[in-house]
Design a binder for this molecule. Structure first.
Ligand code: CTP
Ligand code: ZN
Length: 156
């Protein structure tokens, strides 16, 4: 942690997951990916648009008492490609993982073009090329249809 006096401080967690370096304004999308409704008996801290050195501003999501699955991690990479996943045990970061957005996205999201061959009865795995990271833009390998972040979030 830097000694920047402008740094916004949010409480440390004891056990759980901290998703850090989310691009400013994207925390609620990450929360949706994690399926957090707020009705769980769990402490969740969401910080939006806090000043950061590396990014102009960043978001942070801290969840007490749970980790994240491989599928959740892959989905977060789509929405927040610069995110860092920190696993915390007894107040200490025991594992740090940078997410990575691959160039090709396979079998994670469906094409929203109803006439796309990937939506036919053919056994075809949906496949997209990453045309843009932020804002996210995915091009269907089969029909060329462009999917945006919101099109993905509707499927998550
Ligand atoms: N964190 C937390 N609770 C803890 C430990 C860490 O909420 N018990 C948070 C920190 O506030 C930070 C993130 O987890 O947002 C990563 O912690 P740490 O690795 O200590 O910070 P940095 O070195 O600044 O991380 P990075 O190098 O990834 O920026
Ligand atoms: Zn398509």
């Amino acid at each position: 942690m830097s000694a920047n006096t402008n740094e916004v401080r949010v409480s440390k967690i004891k056990d759980g997951t901290v998703i850090d370096h989310i691009s400013g304004g994207y925390a609620l999308d990450v929360v949706k990916i994690l399926g957090i409704t707020g009705h769980e008996r769990r402490v969740v801290t969401i910080a939006i648009n806090v000043p950061s050195n590396q990014l102009h501003s960043k978001d942070i999501v801290k969840i007490e008492g749970r980790g994240i699955s491989r599928q959740e991690l892959n989905r977060i990479a789509l929405i927040a490609p610069k995110a860092t996943i920190n696993i915390v045990r007894n107040y200490v970061v025991v594992e740090k993982q940078e997410v990575k957005l691959p160039k090709v996205i396979e079998d994670m999201v469906k094409c929203i073009n109803p006439t796309c061959i990937s939506n036919s009865s053919e056994p075809i795995t949906p496949k997209f090329l990453v045309e843009g990271e932020e804002p996210l833009l995915l091009k269907c390998h089969y029909c060329g249809y462009m999917l945006e972040k919101q099109d993905l979030l509707r499927q998550f």
